[in-house]
Write a protein that binds this ligand. Structure first.
Ligand code: 48F
Length: 263
């Protein structure tokens, strides 16, 4: 059968536009497709909530691909082993309570399971601002990452979400917009971003679940962004906390949505 280049182009453009239009409104919008964002998306989508991730890079997976210093293995502690089991990510015991997994398998499996659970991932889109209505974050302002990188003077577009998650890692980029640009008071001890502390795996992993929470009405933090915003330690290439934090933020959002739907 002869192939028509124009049909191929039209198929891509129409399908993409259909997708983008159907995600102009969603229940949960997650910024960042690193391990915490992907894990959150899986649990949210699996519970039936319309969930979308916007990832600025070409690839999903954030800082997980490279394991530790480009040795592409990750360490996961006992507490998060059940999440590896849930996703079907293979692992090997190293010492009691320490397991290792192949970082490539971990990223590809997290991504695949999130998408198959019903989450939609848009790559190459950067969240450059938030939508704010009546003191609540109600969505995101997006632009092509290429526009952002080239610093072109092109206006963005907006999407609406009932819940928004900052899963942008160390930079906590969405929360930073609230602090630096909008000068809003956050639900942190100082009212601002507390800032990430030095590498200390035990402390960082120990604090992350408590730090995974709503930081401003409608905006939640997960993954490394949670520790950066609430002032805890970085933890390096141990990834259990990222998985647990992704699952936790999904639980918090589900609970809040159930509460709100009863009012
Ligand atoms: O950094 P990242 O992997 O975040 P995470 O899920 O995991 C942290 C670990 O990788 C590691 C660690 C483990 O102990 O400390 O650092 O918390 O993934 C964050 C993703 O967010 C994207 C970014 O490209 C990356 O893929 N991102 C960042 N800013 C934006 C964004 C933005 N403004 N818009 C869209 N995506």
């Amino acid at each position: 059968m002869p192939l028509d280049d124009i049909v191929i182009s039209e198929a891509i453009i129409r399908r993409y536009l259909d997708d983008l239009i159907s995600y102009l409104k969603s229940v949960v919008a997650i910024v960042g497709a690193g391990p915490s964002g992907l894990t959150a998306a899986y649990y949210l989508a699996r519970s039936g909530l319309k969930t979308v991730i916007f990832e600025r890079r070409l690839s999903i997976g954030g800082g997980m691909w490279g394991g530790g210093m480009m040795f592409n293995h990750i360490v996961v502690q006992e507490e998060a082993r059940e999440i590896l089991d849930e996703f079907g990510i293979n692992y090997k015991p190293f010492q009691p309570c320490y397991y290792t997994a192949d970082s490539i398998e971990a990223v590809t499996t997290l991504g695949s399971r999130a998408v198959k659970a019903g989450a939609k991932i848009f790559n190459l889109l950067t969240a450059e601002d938030v939508m704010l209505r009546d003191d609540r974050v109600t969505g995101l302002v997006l632009n092509w990452s290429a526009v952002d990188m080239a610093k072109l003077h092109i206006d963005p577009l907006t999407i609406e979400s009932s819940f928004t998650v900052d899963a942008t890692g160390h930079d906590c980029q969405v929360v930073r917009i609230l602090q630096d640009k909008l000068r809003l008071k956050l639900a942190t001890p100082s009212g601002g971003i507390e800032g990430e502390k030095a590498m200390w795996a035990e402390r960082g992993e120990g604090a992350i679940l408590a730090n995974t929470r709503e930081v401003y009405p409608g905006l939640f933090v997960a993954g490394m962004a949670a520790n950066a915003v609430f002032g805890s330690h970085r933890m390096g290439p141990i990834f259990g906390g990222m998985l647990l934090s992704g699952r936790r933020v999904a639980e918090i959002i589900r609970e809040q949505r159930e509460r709100e739907s009863r009012i």
